[in-house]
Ligand binder design. Structure first.
Ligand SMILES: [Mg+2]
Length: 183
């Protein structure tokens, strides 16, 4: 059954650089699950930019652990995570629960309430985290043109969900809408 509430991000940001990580730490969060593709880098890139590396460093300095959780294959995810020596889950099959269950093993004894998820897709990142009981933050996808066919398909479903959000949760939709105005 389609449940719109599972597709609602806790908050929406244009990029990962716009998130107030100090505030999240003060709220008791300790683990940040990050999607990679189109959240941090485009499909055309493979390594974090200097700016991203500085952000990761700052996030870690605050006291967070970053864990990368990606539906992409091991070679790509492992290589990316290795640049900051972070844990990772590849082939996570978001939105299914398997990858998130794996996360819980990695972060033991911390509970779900200590974790937040950041990603660019409603259908994978937001739905997956919400169904599992983790706060989901949505960022604008970096570059949609190079996406694979299955992601393009997700985007079509996503467009439908966005319409529903616009209708029933205009206050959340307004934040998403701001993305386009700034382009
Ligand atoms: Mg993504």
């Amino acid at each position: 059954m389609f449940k719109l509430k599972y597709y609602l991000p806790k908050d929406v940001f244009k990029t990962v650089f716009d998130i107030d990580y100090n505030k999240l730490y003060e709220a008791g969060k300790r683990i940040i699950l990050m999607d990679i593709d189109n959240t941090l880098i485009s499909y055309a890139e493979s390594a974090p930019t200097e700016e991203l590396l500085r952000l990761f460093y700052r996030i870690k300095q605050i006291g967070f652990e970053i864990i990368f959780i990606s539906n992409n294959h091991k070679q790509r995810v492992q290589k990316f995570a290795a640049t900051i020596d972070a844990k990772y889950i590849n082939n996570a099959m978001k939105p299914f629960k398997r990858g998130y269950r794996h996360v819980m093993k990695l972060v033991k004894p911390l509970g779900k309430d200590k974790i937040i998820s950041i990603g660019d897709q409603l259908i994978t990142d937001v739905l997956g985290a919400n169904r599992f009981g983790i706060d989901a933050y949505l960022v604008r996808p970096i570059e949609v043109h190079s996406e694979k066919w299955y992601t393009s398909l997700n985007r079509k479903i996503e467009a439908y969900v966005f319409k529903k959000i616009k209708r029933y949760y205009p206050e959340i939709y307004r934040k998403i809408e701001v993305w386009d105005e700034k382009v």
